[in-house]
Design a protein around this ligand. Sequence first.
Ligand code: A2P
Length: 339
Amino acid sequence: NAPSIAVVGVTGAVGQEFLSVLTDRDFPYRSLKLLASKRSAGKTVKFENRNYTVEELNEESFDGIDIALFSAGGSISKKYGPVAAKKGTIVVDNSSAFRMDENVPLVIPEVNPEAMVNLKVGCGKGGIIANPNCSTIICLMAVTPLHRRAKVKRMVVSTYQAASGAGAAAMEELVQQTREVLDGKEPTCNIFNQQYAFNLFSHNAPIQPNGYNEEEMKLVKETRKIWSDMGVKVTATCIRVPVMRAHAESVNLQFEKPLDEDTARNILKNAPGIVVVDDRASNRFPTPIEVSNKDDVAVGRVRRDVSQDGDYGLDIFVCGDQIRKGAALNAVQIAEMLL
Ligand code: A2P
């Protein structure tokens, strides 16, 4: 019996991608409810040859819903996630609201599917499953296969993050600013408080007392939870770059056991959801453009870290579509595991 589905935040960048991914993967459903704010209520959305009317999200929205895919921001998830779960809905939440809650599984299907064994559609109980942060998903997709072989002791991540992570309005702002700057006009800054086009800046997440921003600390904390390894050392610097929808990350790794670069490349070639792009002769490595709208995370620049002794260190460069594997695809894969 196919599940009834709701998409919360359907007018947003990730919400729209939920629909594309559901179609692409031929996800079975018996009914589909599209939810957003009052502003969008009444709008028509065409999906798989049917017209749907967007409804305003409210406490009754989840009656009879088996699976709800949420991407309408943390405060909406905090308010409506538990309401839905109480009604027997299984929520797959893309926000950070519940990620560090010890009762909520934080899942990348290729990495830790075992974290959600207790939840299934039809088991009679609702619940919440969290989708990790986009940078964490893209990083751990590439690093986990290496971690399984040689155990990561320390990981240093530097990100180059796209506009999409800040939502559809941020993507529009990047386009608008690019036009304005080319036209010699002052760039309009609504979403970000500084010029984004032809620039880059430290990630816009709030800075914490320790000097890290929240995005950076998500990489630290979520990695520990997903790997169930409180001892792994992670540090990160997160930067917004004027790229539309795919994140890039430079990752430096220190291992407990030796792992040479050829073995690492072979492990990555055989890892699910990974494509290796590592052509030194023609200087072809992963780029955000090439992974945009793609499911796979691309990995390249696989090389021995010359600052570490022996084969205990590697550098890699990773690119992944933020809206797809970093958000919507991962959530739909989680939903598939619920069936
Ligand atoms: P709306 O378009 O009606 O504002 P993005 O991450 O791309 O900015 O998208 C955010 C999504 O969250 C949109 O679909 C937006 O709907 C939705 N949203 C924002 N506020 C609410 C709300 N109060 N109730 C339901 N959905 C909301």
